[in-house]
Design a protein around this ligand. Structure first.
Ligand code: 1HE
Length: 258
């Protein structure tokens, strides 16, 4: 059983995870945040190789459920933020790569959730904002760590200081999403990409999810060593040998000009 506000649809090696609280624009209640954590940590079937995360209704996600924002003392506020961190960690460093399909509002905690995913596909209706700035609060779901890595500190500072909203085109150019597709097609494109991702050797996907972001944080000399270790482990797997042999035997696809 998944959470009441999450639809889990397993299609072969792909899990489609759908935020399903459209009347509240998929706002993330504490219970829904914990439900996401539980799903990625404990409930993803072992047969799943990639996931798509999207939202029902007109918007991907309106962020933190503001109706739950009550008086908290500093300690409670700290625990609340750490609860989000623990949940989004399970999305980023969970069992499988996650492809976010974005449309409509991708705001506040919704943008924090999207930024924990590995690939973001946005349709033309998507827009991005961090209304925390104007609500007198701060990001608390890992946004200050992950969002600058997508768009840079200067853009995030501007968004929070001025309430700037990025539309889908400007958002793609800024780095929020890697793909921009016509309105209504983000989920289909995300599913197509997920199927491609699911065909990779599991160790390659593991390296991309778990080693690459850590290597990118390491000083260069340590990064080179971690890279060498990961490369050696990946290439020694039987699957890598089979795939390289298939190419050398002319049985695997060449890289085609884009
Ligand atoms: C909500 C929320 C919410 C909608 N929490 N209830 N996030 C924000 O500051 C964004 C707030 N939301 C909006 O700006 C807009 O709702 C949207 C642009 C997302 C969508 O607009 P629209 O016109 O389609 O919907 P609506 O009429 O504004 O909202 C429909 C209902 O959803 C309405 O409830 P109703 O009972 O009156 O029908 C809204 O109150 C409700 N709703 N968004 C609670 N966010 C880890 S820290 C993260 C910190 C943050 O994320 S802060 C940013 C929060």
């Amino acid at each position: 059983m998944t959470h009441k506000d999450i639809i889990l649809d397993i299609q072969g090696p792909i899990a489609i995870v759908r935020l399903n609280r459209p009347a509240k624009r998929n706002a993330l209640s504490d219970s829904l945040v914990l439900g996401l954590r539980d799903l990625f940590e404990n409930k993803m079937p072992a047969t799943v190789r990639a996931a798509v995360l999207d939202g029902t209704g007109e918007h991907f996600c309106a962020g933190l459920d503001l109706s739950e924002l009550k008086e908290r003392d500093a300690g409670q506020g700290m625990h609340h933020s750490r609860m989000w961190h623990a949940a989004l960690e399970q999305v980023q460093y969970g069992p499988v790569p996650v492809i976010a399909a974005l449309h409509g509002a991708v705001v506040g905690g919704g943008l924090e959730l999207a930024s924990a995913c590995h690939i973001r596909v946005a349709d033309e209706s998507a827009f991005y904002a961090l209304p925390e700035g104007s609500r007198g609060i701060f990001v608390g779901g890992g946004g200050s760590v992950r969002i600058p890595r997508l768009i840079g500190v200067a853009r995030m500072t501007d968004m929070m200081l001025t309430g700037r909203v990025y539309n889908a085109q400007d958002g793609e150019r800024a780095g929020f999403a890697q793909y921009l597709v016509p309105t209504g097609t983000a989920s289909a494109k995300a599913l197509e990409l997920a199927k491609r991702v699911a065909e990779n050797a599991p160790l390659t996907n593991y390296a991309l999810m778990h080693a690459l972001p850590r290597i990118a944080e390491q000083p260069s000399d340590q990064g080179y060593l971690t890279e060498a270790l990961m490369a050696a482990i990946a290439q020694s797997a039987p699957e890598a040998k089979t795939r390289v042999k298939a190419f050398l035997d002319g049985k695997a696809a060449k890289v085609k000009k884009a």
